[in-house]
Write a protein that binds this ligand. Structure first.
Ligand code: SAJ
Length: 432
């Protein structure tokens, strides 16, 4: 029976390599559509948790995962030889930057090398990890073909970017349109047929490179526009203009404008990283992506700008930063989540510690946080804590924090997220 027949009949068995914030939700949607799913993980701990029906991903409730495991629809394993028993395998592994800010494709290559020996004619492999145009055909395809099978003839290969926004209450895996681009038209068709089994909208594009570039465009668009706001923040501050008021006013334009906001820097595992996958590859074509480089520089500068503004605010109170007690409010990379990857708070708190400030923090989602060699614990947000701080710096605008309480008890607040917009006229609250 052909893969398309097995897809249509629901008999197709799916594989997912990497059961993280992309792979585990994907496996759950595949299983909810009635397909058996084998999850491949290098972490035995994650394998054990999944097979016990315990979710470790915020977007996947245990109550949703457990029944699928009990029904035998989801099985996790570290044994990649079981890939031979699947019909289609989606690779959802990290694509970080290395210390030189260059793409680290080692996780994708390792995943492909684990799968390759178990490929059978008729199987489909899709790559979901965000990466530079050309990765699928220049890096992954040769590995998959190393056993003699040929993509487009014997097996199928496509790129389909993950579009997971952790914590998004409205858009999850099933209802977020899925772009798919194959090595051949047939690869595209088969990959689209696979994803259509459990995702509402599938968007085929002509090539793997078009699909790879689509995801990069989405995130470079954000990175550059956030950098623009961070630049406009700085010039507005010098001009005595409240950029937050200006953005709110610009938002009233019902067409041709999309609001972005300044902040303490760029966090997360996507936006600060993805653009550099393109700028790195562009050099191979003698092209310098100057917007991306400038945006990266502007965004990377923001933690330093925050510290400068804090020093100026303390200076007005005749207090040096050195020796001052600074309470950091929010360390996650964005509001209402617990993820601290690439969070600007990491850089800000390190800079404050380097300038001999006495730093503590409160974040309702993050219980411990490393500042240099020190491991800090989130302190309860009490009136005493607030009033004992020489300054409070809001780095993440978690909704569950009581900002009225903060304004009431804090001597001085530097608000980098406009979390305290209702107190913008209070003498003790300064907005970035
Ligand atoms: N940020 C600003 N100003 C803004 C928006 C964001 O400073 O106007 C900061 C955030 O605080 C954060 C960083 O930028 O530190 C990234 O924020 P983000 O809103 O882009 O959120 P992410 O990193 O979770 O991005 C994800 C991306 N999803 C995928 O890559 C699949 C992105 O494509 C989504 O558009 C984004 O979520 C989203 O819309 O929430």
């Amino acid at each position: 029976m052909s893969l398309e027949d097995r897809l249509a009949s629901g008999e197709a068995v799916f594989g997912v390599v990497g059961l993280g914030y992309v792979g585990l939700p994907l496996a759950v949607e595949m299983a909810k559509a009635g397909h058996r799913v084998v999850g491949f993980e290098v972490s035995a701990d994650k394998v054990a948790k999944v097979n016990a029906g315990e979710s470790y991903i915020g977007d996947v409730p245990t109550s949703e995962l457990a029944p699928l495991v009990e029904q035998g629809l989801i099985l996790a394993t570290t044994d990649f030889s079981q890939a031979g028993g699947t019909d289609a395998v989606a690779i959802c592994v990290p694509t970080p930057l290395d210390s030189m800010k260059e793409p680290d494709t080692s996780y994708m290559e390792a995943a492909a090398r684990e799968v390759a020996p178990h490929l059978r004619p008729g199987m489909l492999v899709t790559l979901e990890s965000t990466t530079y145009p050309g990765t699928t055909e220049e890096v992954i395809q040769p590995i998959l073909e190393s056993g003699g099978l040929v993509v487009g003839r014997d097996i199928y290969l496509a790129f389909s970017p993950e579009r997971v926004d952790p914590g998004n209450p409205r858009y999850q895996t099933k209802n977020t349109p899925k772009v798919v681009g194959g090595v051949t038209d047939r690869c595209t068709q088969i990959a689209a047929a696979m994803y259509s089994r459990f995702i509402d909208t599938v968007v085929p594009v002509s090539t793997t490179r078009a699909a790879e570039m689509t995801k990069l465009l989405e995130n470079i668009f954000r990175c550059v526009n956030i950098a623009l706001m961070n630049e406009l923040l700085q010039v507005s501050e010098r001009m005595g203009i409240d950029i937050w008021e200006v953005v709110d006013a610009a938002k009233t334009k019902p067409f041709g404008f999309m609001p972005f906001y300044p902040g303490p820097g760029l966090g997360g595992h996507c936006i600060p990283i993805d653009p550099f996958y393109l700028s790195w590859k562009a050099r191979e074509y003698d092209f310098h992506t100057e917007f991306i480089e400038l945006a990266g520089k502007t965004n990377e500068d923001m933690p330093y700008y925050v510290v400068k503004r804090l020093m100026e605010a303390l200076n007005h109170a005749q207090k040096p930063l050195a020796g001052s007690k600074i309470l950091v409010l929010g360390v996650a990379y964005k509001a209402d989540i617990d993820d601290i990857r690439e969070s600007p708070a990491i850089k800000v708190t390190r800079l404050l510690a380097e300038k001999s400030a006495d730093v503590c923090y409160h974040d309702p989602y993050v219980s411990t946080f490393a500042v240099g060699d020190a491991e800090l614990a989130s302190e309860p947000l009490t009136a005493e804590l607030l009033s004992s701080a020489d300054a409070v710096v809001v780095l993440t605008d978690h909704k569950k924090v009581d900002y009225d309480f903060v304004a009431e008890h804090a001597k001085l607040v530097l608000d980098t997220r406009n979390a305290m917009k209702d107190f913008r006229s209070s003498a003790n609250v300064i907005r970035l």
